[in-house]
Design a binder for this molecule. Structure first.
Ligand SMILES: Cc1ncc(COP(=O)(O)O)c(C=O)c1O
Length: 452
């Protein structure tokens, strides 16, 4: 088996870090004077970028990002899905400009007619009839979980080891080897013991799901159709159908979070694979970069909510945000769903992702590195394990921070942005075959240099 020489890896990282610093003096200087930002960045995760400091944004259009030192990159990070429509798509820009300027009224506490259009479109795509809006997928998850707890009268959430659904306290779990639910390592300031709110299970392990549900205290199973935040972990045949069946049998609801897996097609995995969630969450991409999110519910859930007339859905009951559903974000969602991320653009995005996947796989096969690459529609990702991990715990074990750093920096220094978290690449409507082939070429060179 081909092995990686760790000394060589460290030397290459040092070389690439020096090249990055030399090529980006303006970004470096801006970072150095950011004394009033916590961690020197506007959002603490921005320090995740490889190279010791982030590139500073000058502008972006489609799948191109230009930094303040004048470099233009092919962007496969696409705002970790927030820019899956491409940066500043023209119809979205026109709609938000009109709302901001000609019409006015970003946040007036009044509905605009765009909201019903967007809800009807989400219903057409994902099948759930009733929708409510948020500004982040995190909030949509939080509010949907509250509704699930209320209508089932049960306290707990079932979540999978190493899942990610935003900063939702109940979902930061791992399943211990002894079968107990533990807080995910590194979680900041958890409000209390995680096993008070959550039962953990392992993705692709129906027996672990059944064990968790058998306690009879789970309100809702929360999952992505494929894990995407610990590398891509695809569901094995029958797993999602099994989860649906077990949830129903044990009186729990099923929440499908398609914030990332929307890459599978215009109706996400829910449409592509015929999933039947009771609650559904999406965010990030559908506003073309403008903050937005949404949750959908079935008629049956809505009826159960209605049987709680005491529930405060309109004020301080815990299922709303002042700026949620505002006229700017609904205008952005209407334009993005109606004119940018349309049914028609997905086949080409998925074709390019297949090209990307095959390109990466050709390097893996030719060089013999023990890695794998997984595709979920317009999204592709390589992972340092072969075969591809089938659970969150296995995928977490395949993480390698130094390899991530090397590959990210190598790409960055050659004009390619990969998502700073693991090795995700996403295609948008303006990604081209030449962009994909450039990655294939750079990835091959990176691995060849690594192997020496
Ligand atoms: C599946 C999933 N759900 C929810 C979220 C949270 O989205 P946001 O950060 O916009 O709240 C994320 C973020 O990565 C996600 O991947």
């Amino acid at each position: 088996m081909t092995t990686i020489d760790r000394t060589r890896l460290a030397d290459l990282i040092a070389r690439e870090t020096a090249a990055h610093a030399a090529a980006n003096p303006t970004s470096r200087a801006l970072f150095d004077v950011a004394d009033h930002l916590f961690g020197r960045v506007p959002m603490t995760w921005m320090s995740k970028w490889a190279g010791g400091f982030p590139l500073y944004l000058d502008g972006a259009a489609g799948n191109r990002v230009t930094d303040v030192d004048g470099h233009t990159y092919v962007d496969f990070a696409l705002g970790d899905t927030g820019a899956m429509a491409g940066h500043s798509p023209a119809p979205t820009v026109a709609a938000v400009t009109r709302r901001l300027g000609a019409l006015g009224g970003v946040t007036a506490m009044l509905p605009s007619e765009d909201a019903e259009w967007v809800a009807a479109e989400l219903a057409r795509r994902f099948g759930l009839p009733l929708w409510s809006f948020s500004l982040t997928a995190t909030d949509a998850n939080r509010w949907a979980i509250r509704l699930a707890r209320m209508v089932t009268g049960r306290p707990k959430v079932l979540a999978f080891s190493y899942c990610y659904h935003g900063s939702v306290d109940e979902t930061f779990v791992v399943l211990d080897a002894d079968g107990s639910t533990r807080l995910r390592p590194g979680n900041v300031g958890a409000p209390g013991p995680i096993d008070m709110t959550t039962r953990a299970a392992e993705f692709n392990d129906l027996a672990s799901v059944e064990r968790a549900l058998a306690h009879g205290d789970v309100a809702v199973v929360v999952t992505e159709p494929a894990l995407t935040n610990i590398g891509i972990v695809l569901p094995e045949p029958g797993f999602l159908a099994g989860v649906r069946e077990l949830a129903t049998r044990h009186g729990a609801l099923l929440l499908i979070d398609e914030t990332h897996t929307f890459s599978a097609g215009p109706g996400g995995c829910t449409k592509a694979w015929g999933l039947q969630p009771d609650l559904f969450v999406i965010g990030k991409s559908i506003g073309g970069g403008v903050p937005c999110g949404a949750y959908g519910i079935t008629d049956a859930v809505a009826e159960r909510v209605a049987s709680h007339p005491d529930a405060d859905l309109v004020d301080v009951g815990g299922v709303g945000g002042t700026l949620a559903g505002n006229a700017l974000s609904t205008a952005a969602m209407r334009a993005t769903l109606g004119e940018v991320l349309t049914d028609d653009v997905f086949p080409r995005m998925i074709e390019l992702s297949t090209r990307f996947t095959e390109g990466a796989r050709s390097t893996i096969n030719a060089t013999g590195v023990p890695w794998s690459v997984s595709q979920l529609g317009a999204r592709s990702e390589y992972r340092f394990a072969s075969p591809a991990p089938s659970s969150g715990t296995a995928s977490a074990a395949a993480g390698d921070d130094l390899l991530d750093e090397y590959l990210h920096l190598y790409c960055l220094n050659r004009g390619i942005l990969m998502t700073p978290f693991h090795n995700m690449a996403l295609m948008c409507p303006t990604t081209s075959a030449a962009d994909v082939d450039r990655h294939t070429e750079v990835f091959r060179a990176a691995v060849d240099e690594l192997l020496g």
